[in-house]
Design a binder for this molecule. Structure first.
Ligand code: GLA
Length: 326
């Protein structure tokens, strides 16, 4: 008889009754609008890392539209989750999501994209972790100017294709920052052509880019601005379709992780590089915040802007991604 069994029989209990109860992990959801983007896959990966460290189960759900989002919240509640982190598919779903979460007593943290009410006003009561959008946008404009100067392009022969999505606040702030930086550097405002994309993916940006190219047939060199890698990739693909050579196009994306296959192509394209913010921090930090909120009642700060950013190019992308374990 070992000590425990002796003790158990001494106090007259059967061993089965005192068998340790294995505690179930607490569950939290991590919902993202576009799981096909490596950006969101990276957030999930680092959310899982934090989950392992904290003994949490991270329930990962793709929420490409409003209906799937509300269903996902119901199913989280049914599965006993206590809260969720979300990059919502449409900022205007903010109120509906807040209400549904309240109904189930779930806590909510927004990541990447800010919640809006149906009138398009930000819902500041929902804690938000996002990239420092204006600053990162400005950096895009500065890097475009730098590369254009390096190539010795004449300003009068150059146009800016600025593919926008102004309904999404983070996108609006990035592209505005980028255009402002270019103007500050000396680029003429009249040669910056804004065009909205219908969807946040390569095909949407490709169509937007094409319409710009058709309207400005005299431009010799193009700078391509967009809120993320796919937007800029769509614009660059449009220039290729219209016969522009890589030497006459400079596109710089944002997200970094979504640009890896483009940057690893053997010959250079018009897609010059990408600014890599911190999807790892977004995924990891939001899970820690949610855990503190649920287990220690520490309310998350309402707004966290993640500022670190590095420019990935064909030359340095492997090394820079490796530095962050990506
Ligand atoms: C938005 C974009 C994503 C990514 C994130 C980063 O959600 O759609 O591609 O850039 O912002 O915060």
């Amino acid at each position: 008889m070992n000590k425990i069994t002796k003790l158990v029989s001494a106090i007259g209990l059967s061993a089965a009754l005192v068998a340790p109860v294995i505690a179930e992990n607490m569950k939290i959801g991590f919902l993202v609008k576009q799981p096909e983007e490596p950006w969101f896959q990276t957030e999930w990966r680092f959310a899982d890392k934090a989950g392992k460290e904290l003994n949490l189960d991270i329930i990962k759900i793709a929420v490409p539209d409003g209906e799937k989002t509300l269903n996902a919240i119901d199913s989280l509640a049914a599965n006993g989750a206590k809260g969720f982190i979300i990059c919502l598919p449409d900022p205007k779903l903010g109120t509906a999501i807040v209400n549904r979460a309240k109904q189930h007593g779930l806590k909510v943290i927004a990541v990447d994209d800010q919640f809006m009410n149906s009138k398009g006003k930000p819902i500041e009561s929902v804690p938000l972790v996002m990239m420092a959008a204006s600053e990162i946008g400005q950096r895009q404009g500065q890097e475009l100017w730098k590369e254009m100067t390096k190539r010795g392009w004449k300003v009068e022969e150059t146009g800016v294709m600025a593919i926008t999505n102004n309904e999404l606040d983070t996108a609006r702030r990035r592209t505005t920052g980028s255009m402002e930086a270019l103007k500050t550097a000396g680029f003429p405002a009249a040669q910056i052509y804004e065009v909205p994309t219908k969807s946040n993916d390569i095909p949407g940006a490709f169509d937007a880019g094409n319409s710009t190219l058709v309207q400005h047939p005299k431009v010799k060199n193009w700078l391509v601005i967009g809120m993320n890698d796919n937007t800029v990739l769509g614009g660059v693909r449009a220039t290729e379709g219209q016969g522009f050579k890589a030497a006459n196009v400079i596109g710089i994306g944002i997200n970094g992780v979504d640009a890896v296959s483009e940057l690893s192509k053997t010959s250079a394209t018009g897609f010059f590089g990408s600014l890599l913010p911190s999807p790892d921090v977004h995924g990891y930090k939001t899970v820690y915040m949610m855990n503190d909120w649920l287990t220690k009642n520490i309310e998350p700060v309402k707004y966290t802007a993640v500022t670190d950013v590095v420019l990935l190019t064909r030359e340095n992308y492997k090394e820079e991604l490796a530095k962050k374990g990506l």
